[in-house]
Structures are given as structure tokens and as C-alpha cells.
Design a protein around this ligand. Sequence first.
Ligand code: SIN
Length: 275
Amino acid sequence: MQVSSFENCGAVVSGMQLAKMTDSELDSLRTLFAEHGLLFFRDQKLPPEEHLRFARRFGDIVVNKFFKTTAEYPEIAEVRKEKNQQTNIGGGWHTDHSYDEEPALGSILVARVLPNTGGNTRFADLAAAYDALSDPLKERIEGLNAVHSNKHLYGENGLYRITDLAEQLGGMDRVGDATHPVVIRHPQSGRKVLYVNPGHTIQFQGWDFAESRELLDELYAHVTQPQFICSFDWQPGSVTFWDNRRTWHMADNDYQGQKRLMHRITLAGTALNAA
Ligand code: SIN
């Protein structure tokens, strides 16, 4: 197995097939996942059964409450955009499932149908971004909690509901909020991580929306600096495995008129502790 760093975040793992992973390769992947929080693989042969098998070897699966799943495999969510659709799933910076009391550990995304060009996924490293915050900003956010929600996306009149994505969604009755520390201690690496995201964080606990907006925008402007970001160009056989406690991601929507279909399995996590 070879490992090389990728742009400003994550690592590319080569020289192995996830479908044929040995126990010692799995141990190495756990270590790399804790170290980098974002792993990329190329040229994989990972049909849905093997995607599921790899996920189950790594952890327990948690099914997304809103996305449609494949007909045959209810644990595999479809991230689908048809040729005639304008809006894509995950088109803004977010962290999967941060609105859950026990946010997802990670997500494993496999390319199934790709546009000829475009459709990259961008990632941001929130451990590196936290480390680089100024001391006064670190002091301001220490001890804060933030509320994460999905109602503004999937609830009645939610953003996704009023677009042509609505047909890809279910489960409006499952909307809800959760509160998490703004700076978490990563359960595996022990690093401090900034745990707020533009997709789901709506306010700091005990603050009003306007006050919260101002500080959130300041934090988001910091995280979206180029030194914390990378952009992964999908090829047939590409797989990405990211840590939802440490990264943000967003799917570029720059391939109008073409289809893109990804299969995503999300792994269950635990409640998050303040750093
Ligand atoms: C997602 O938000 O999980 C989808 C990412 C992608 O389609 O690139």
C-alpha cells in the first residue's frame, strides 16, 4: 500500500483493492483515516455488494433519513442528478448528519455515472483550520455549543423541497435538530476540530440568529481559504472515504445537461465531546 498527500487535504491510497482488503490493510486504513480524515482511492472494483462489505468491515452503517436509496440495497443512498435536473444534492459546504445527536463517523462515496467534465467534490480540513485560527478567535469559541438542523433543507418549504431535487427525497417527518460543541476533540486522533458547517449549523446555543450569523460567517471565511481546501476529480473506479467529524465537503454543480450518480454509505458515529 502506498500513501501520498493530496493537494491541501487528505491522502491518496494506492496499491490495494478495497474489495480484497486484508485485515492488516484494514488496520492501516484505520490509522490513515485517523491521521488524514480523508482518503482517496483510484481504479477500484467496488460493486454495491463490495461497497457494503468494505463499509461493514470498517464500522456500523447508518442510513440517511432523506435520500432515496438504491432499490436493491437500502443501506446505499443515491446521490443522483439527472440530465434534466438543475439542482444537485450536497451542492453547498456541509458535513453529513451533523443534525443527528450521534453524527455520522464517515461517508464512503463511489462513482457510478460521471459527467464528461466537472462534478468534482471539494473538501475542507477542519482540524487544520482550527489550528490556524487566531488566539482571540479560539478564545471566543471555546466552550460554545451550536445547534445543527435539517429543517431548512428537508422540512416543509425547505430549500431542497422547493427545487427539482424534491423528487429525490423522502422523510419530511424525520426533521430535527441536535446541539454539539463548537470545538470537538476528535475521538480517534485526539485533535481539536472546528465543528460547525454552513449546511446545517443554524446558531450558537443561547445566542440569537443575527449574532450567530456574524461569528459563523467569520469562521466560514477562515475555513474556505485555499490552504484548507482540496478538489477531487472523479474517474471511473474512484472512491472517497471522508471523516464527517473532521471535514466539510460540497459537490460542484458545473455539468448541467449531464447525469451524475454516486453511491454513498454512511457509517455510524458517537456523540461528540468538547475539546
Ligand atoms: C454528498 O454531499 O455526500 C455528495 C458529494 C458528492 O456528490 O460529490
